[in-house]
Design a protein around this ligand. Structure first.
Ligand code: DP6
Length: 350
């Protein structure tokens, strides 16, 4: 560390959409089960962090130029991280963040937010210690640090597909951080797209964190763990072989299982909206009618992610515009797809 010096890092990190869902966790934000996702291309958070030496850490956080309620979560995150990473106690933090997607979009903004923040922190650690990590070490560390902010964020720091959680079938997989899944799947899956249909932008009545907690005492906890492990095991094989019909069946079973778990929690809660069901029905009807391979997934909210292949983009866009937009909030949807992972916006090497 150079005395009195200011250090700065800036990263852009995408959100991700889970095909196999993380739902339920153990202390230290470790997952009850392994999950699989792909990073998005357009839905991203851009974050810059400047740090200056200080005797007591102060945190200023601005989101899109304004003070934000997220500040407290970031302060708690940094306080927590500093228990293990003492250097975080020696600086004050000026953090600025922007999203490329609207606030109400129902895209997991905590995934891209903590992904981008963790990437900046690992970058700063390199600068402060004047020591370069290897690429693998860098992103592994960023994934681990992102996980401590929000579980699903650990999958966002990798391009395309990432697995988080230990699974015997995937060498190197661990609960501590996500790992990229490279070159394993049928080429069609590298052209997946995600039409995010915005059904309802009202604040969720139950947060993901509360939902995860309800899994600890859930009547179906053991059954869910058996189910999700078998879904992931089968999905990996299906994606290797390119069995598209089964891929979308499994995708939808995962999404509906997640919401079934919410409905049968104690207390029970429902995040789906009547229009979520209308969209699901239309998707299934049009799949039958068109004979194309596509389907839906859903995160912890009412919005529907219509997942399809790039080659069907024109037909699917017409279908969205003619048949689905009337079920969305003010005709809002986001046209996204599989992406290439985070980008460093400052010129220091990784
Ligand atoms: C339904 O990562 O938002 O999107 O770890 O408490 O921040 P925390 O939860 P979060 O949970 C996301 C759950 C999910 C499924 C998934 O992304 O795997």
């Amino acid at each position: 560390m150079v005395k009195g010096k200011e250090y700065r890092a800036e990263w852009e990190c995408p959100s991700n959409i889970a095909l196999i869902k993380y739902w339920g966790k153990k202390p230290a934000q470790l997952p009850l089960n392994a999950s699989l996702s792909f990073s998005l291309k357009k839905a991203k958070t851009k974050t810059s962090v400047s740090i200056t030496p200080a005797s007591r850490r102060k945190v200023s956080f601005m989101f899109e130029g304004q003070a934000s309620a997220f500040t407290e979560r970031i302060e708690n995150y940094l306080a927590n991280m500093s228990l293990e990473h003492d250097w975080l106690n020696d600086f004050s933090f000026k953090i600025e963040s922007w999203n490329t997607f609207p606030h109400s979009a129902g895209i997991a903004s905590s995934a891209s937010a903590f992904g981008a923040l963790a990437l900046c922190l690992v970058d700063l650690k390199q600068q402060v210690n004047n020591r370069q990590f290897t690429q693998e070490q860098f992103f592994q560390k960023a994934s681990r640090w992102a996980r401590l902010g929000s579980g699903s964020a650990c999958r966002s720091v990798f391009p395309a597909f990432a697995v988080w959680g230990h699974l015997n079938q995937i060498p190197g997989s661990t609960d501590c951080h996500a790992i990229p899944v490279k070159g394993r799947f049928h080429p069609d899956y590298y052209s997946l797209r995600d039409a995010v249909l915005l059904v309802d932008s009202n604040k969720k009545q139950v947060s993901s964190s509360q939902g995860h907690e309800l899994m600890n005492t859930h009547t179906f906890k053991d059954a869910r763990l058996a189910q999700v492990n078998s879904h992931l095991f089968e999905l990996l094989k299906v994606m290797e072989k390119g069995e598209h019909a089964r891929f979308f069946e499994l995708l939808e079973k995962e999404a509906l299982s997640l919401h079934a778990l919410m409905m049968t929690s104690d207390p029970s809660f429902i995040l789906l909206h009547p229009n979520s069901l209308n969209i699901i029905q239309r998707i299934r009807d049009f799949r039958k009618q068109s004979g194309l391979h596509f389907g839906f997934t859903i995160d912890a909210g009412p919005n529907i992610h219509l997942i399809y292949f790039e080659k069907d983009k024109e037909v699917i866009h017409q279908f969205v515009e003619h048949e689905l937009l009337s079920f969305t909030e003010q005709g809002q949807w986001l046209d996204d797809g599989i992406g290439n992972g985070p980008i460093q916006l400052t010129d220091e090497g990784v």
